[in-house]
Design a protein around this ligand. Structure first.
Ligand code: PMP
Length: 400
């Protein structure tokens, strides 16, 4: 076995099952391993590398800020946080934002805000607020969040979980309507389920959710950690349906693939439940992350990455749908957020990913049956054509 893999296996917790490749360098849509082999990145660190590896504008922002000021905590103001929050609030139509580091933390922040809002504004008795989420969701892995999971593996052995958390079927408006009680604080939903296997709900679903939530005075909170910032062909996936959620969660691509930063954004009425000392993080809103995130958002807008994702995603999807292989059950996606569902009678998605890797394309299976294709949004049509050839060849090899 490769000695570097052996080293990691020896000293790391066994909480991941990586593909057997050791990466050492990245540029644009490409990654290189320790032996100098080049791969096309169709994984983008679970959609966090929208701007491409080693994006020069982002590196310039990172280095410039690193030389000035990197961390002060929120004990003081810095000249970086305000401009970022102004830009992202204008872009998303939200009133206020609370900076954290990882997507998981921003989801936790949303859950806390919703519970306190229910208590303070909606009048739900203390300790009784309920949160609804969807079967097949992925929102992170803290104890509260896995308490909302429908996935046995995420829960087994980790209980007890907080009460008042409930999972309902995804893409099912009747189930949402039926599950709401006077104590429901919020409905947490991914506009497209990413880790669930690139599951795209029916047209009108999110709009229906917004209407039901409004009627019952329940907060609609969209987790766009993975779908946000251009991935699905709009800045936010909820914009495909013209939905303005009460709360919005961003992460991943917000850090330009350079560092972690996440945000919980909300209407004033929701965010104003937080008082000094209620919630926070030493690193949340640090100047280094803010400088990179502001540049990442400016690149997204100025270089029209969302439009690019829509156009090239359509092209990629159209070509992939022409692929005839008994191994493929379905190809689905929106923008550059695409999943190929493998027919489990023939092979597992993991085997497809390993074969793709040997042919120079990196992806990762999700849920045993789905191969995800989510390249950096800066990918060109020519590079997509190369990927298509690689995918066609790989499926042919596997069928033989
Ligand atoms: N929400 C969604 C929709 C995600 O896809 C993820 C990560 N895959 C998270 C939250 C958690 O983000 P992080 O890994 O940055 O904590």
């Amino acid at each position: 076995m490769n000695p570097i893999i052996e080293l990691e296996k020896r000293y790391s917790a066994h909480n991941y099952h990586p593909l057997p490749v050791v990466l050492t360098r990245g540029e644009g849509v490409y990654l290189w391993d320790t032996e100098g082999n080049r791969y096309m990145d169709m994984m983008s660190a679970y959609s966090a590398v929208g701007h491409g590896h080693a994006n020069p504008r982002l590196i310039h922002a990172l280095v410039g800020q690193a030389q000035r000021l990197t961390l002060t905590s929120r004990a003081f103001y810095t000249d970086r946080l305000g401009p970022l929050l102004e830009y992202v609030c204008e872009l998303s139509g939200q009133d206020r934002a609370l900076p954290m580091n990882t997507g998981t933390e921003a989801v936790e922040t949303a859950l806390k805000a919703a519970r306190k809002w229910a208590y303070q504004v909606k009048g739900v008795p203390a300790g009784q607020a309920e949160i609804l989420a969807c079967e097949g969701n992925f929102h992170g892995r803290t104890i509260a969040i896995v308490g909302l999971s429908s996935e046995a593996q995420y829960q087994q052995g980790f209980g007890p979980f907080p009460s008042g958390l409930k999972c309902i079927p995804y893409n099912d408006l009747e189930a949402l309507e039926a599950a709401i009680t006077p104590r429901t604080a919020a409905f947490l939903v991914e506009p497209i389920q990413g880790e669930g296997g690139i599951i795209i709900p029916g047209r009108g679903y999110l709009q229906g959710c917004a209407e039901i939530c409004r009627r019952h005075d329940v907060l609609l909170i969209c987790d766009e950690v993975q779908t946000g910032l251009g991935r699905t062909g709009k800045v936010l996936a909820c914009q495909h349906e013209g939905v303005q959620p009460d709360g919005l969660i961003l992460g991943k691509a917000l850090g330009g693939g350079l560092l972690p930063i996440s945000l919980f954004l909300a209407r004033e009425e929701v965010m104003d439940v937080f008082r000094p000392g209620d919630h926070g993080s030493t690193f949340g809103g640090n100047p280094l992350a803010c400088a990179v995130a502001l540049e990442a958002l400016k690149i997204l807008v100025e270089e029209q990455l969302s439009e690019r994702s829509a156009e090239l995603g359509d092209y990629f999807l159209r070509q992939l749908r022409q692929l005839r292989s008994s191994l493929i059950r379905e190809v689905r996606g929106q923008g550059l957020f695409i999943g190929i569902e493998i027919n489990p009678r023939w092979t597992k998605a993991r085997a497809v990913c390993e074969a793709l890797m040997k042919n120079g394309l990196l992806s990762k299976e999700t849920h045993e049956v789905v191969v995800r294709l989510a390249p950096p949004l800066i990918i060109t049509q020519k590079q997509i054509d190369w990927a298509l050839e690689c995918i066609i060849q790989t499926f042919q090899d596997l069928e033989e």
